[in-house]
Design a protein around this ligand. Sequence first.
Ligand SMILES: [Zn+2]
Length: 620
Amino acid sequence: MIKRLWLALGMFTLLGVSISAQAQKDRFQQKVKYEMDVKMDVVSNQYTGTQKLHYTNNSPDTLYRAFYHLYYNAFRPNSMMDVRSRTIADPDRRVMDRIQNLQPNEIGILEVKSLKMNGKAVNFAHEETILEVDLLEPIAPGETAVFDMEFFGQVPLQVRRAGRDNSEGIRYSMSQWYPKMAAYDVRGWHANPYVGREFYGNFGDFDVKITIDKDYLLGGTGYLENANQIGKGYEDAGVKVPKSSGKTLTWHFTAPNVHDFMWAADPNYTLEKKQIPNGPMVHLLYVKNEKTEENWSKLMQYTIDAIAYCSENFGEYPYKQYSVIQGGDGGMEYPMATLITGHRNLRSLVGVTVHELIHSWYYGVLGFNESSEPWLDEGFTTWGTSVVMDAVFEKDPNFTHNGSYRSYFRLANAGYEEPLTTHGDHYNLNSAYGPGTYNKGAVFVEQMSYVVGKENFDKALLKLWNDFQYKHPNGNDVIRVFEKVSGLELDWYYDYFIASTKKIDYGVKAVEADGNNTKITLERVGMMPMPLDVVVTYQDGSQELIYMPLVIQRGSKPEEAGIPKRVATQKWPWTNYTTEVSLGRPISEIKSVEIDPSMRMADVNRENNKMEVSVEMQKK
Ligand SMILES: [Zn+2]
């Protein structure tokens, strides 16, 4: 009996191991399917809607509660967003105290009027920007529940991202506008209140009908299913659009495999569209006037070039459409579309479009979590923006990522830097969030190419895309991809550069004659260890690269193109503050010794990175 029990247990253990290995391999993803029907009143700026949500629980957990985001409730006096903006030391100047001063017809409202689960009414409570729902019956692993909802909204006067009548007069920037089921993943529910920072949602399909005054032109996430009834430039070539007799039109959009749905509307929008061969249809929607006309007429080609570049280098854009829409309060990314302000010079207009477009790869398709790991999304996107702007607009004469490095150095030396593992809403200062997530995040990416070598880096970037589309990879997943491609251990790189604010500072301490030999002394001044590229330039103009990997990375990066031959591989344990390298050549032949002339290593003090050999040093 005992023997048999052990055998049985052994089998269970084996089975258990294989099941959990499988689960790890294919991380679970909750699935949502929304059908919404919305009626917008363009006089009162209020709307009513119905929503049917098919929610599939692919997690191994039984769910007893559920949470919806009700983002528009942030735009009311004394909301968390309002208080946060009035108490943080450096408020976003778009917000300041504007929420406190909103009048009743200017505040945002998003209220759930009724909610049924599988046909039966359920209890729910509004907790400002979150709806808390007690499920009638739990949703077991693998089960799909159907939620039917009626909701009511009032579009806030535009303060942040979404709203009506923005600073450029665009009537409706409709992002974060519907009750949206909070994401559930391996870390549980993500029902964080809307305080200011960005978004995270489970992937699914949207079917949205919007009824609105027939003078309005709409655009956003999703394909217009009834383009030949709507017209306004959306109709197929040669189609005669029937005249509508009523006051309104109903626009029908569908969007497969996205994690959000944004739309925008204005009676004065111009629509331009262009089909990229073997790529998406590109839409531009903007109000044509003296502030937009000239630069927006050039934007289409830049957008097409940027999509082509990204598809070739970062992975193929998977949707059939991308829309650049004038609206919002700066630039904000949504699936298949962006809302940007339009009164800009050409560089700024192209720059913001390229930036928001690149989010389609990282936030849009990979699905980085913008709220708990904003550095991943903004970091990769900012890195990509510099690369793509160099390729399609104008090459930075200094160094492609010069702006990001300079911003990070300022932050690192400012004294208020925070670890990038901080949740986006919980940074002490906006001025730590911005330069940190965008620029230190971009430095993390570019510096990775220094750590693993450019060739491995390019391969890993595509592997990340291939392995993690629609899977919400986290920081550790990213590190693991680079580890697998390079064969190096990289946990230390994440632990120091992302999870801490320790800084990199290496120096060339001494170059000394040692008989017929030359001895270099290198020192680590900063607390973060890094592998070193040390380039020795000889009097005859030749160069050699001495590569010094960290012991804890358990390997070496391969030789990189364009970098002179590596002559030695010497281990430098991180516990040692200094190390000595023997060059094997007399000091009379040495011109200079320099750490990382590629400038990819984020050394916060480059003053001590290079030593020229002087006549005095040669005499010693
Ligand atoms: Zn961004």
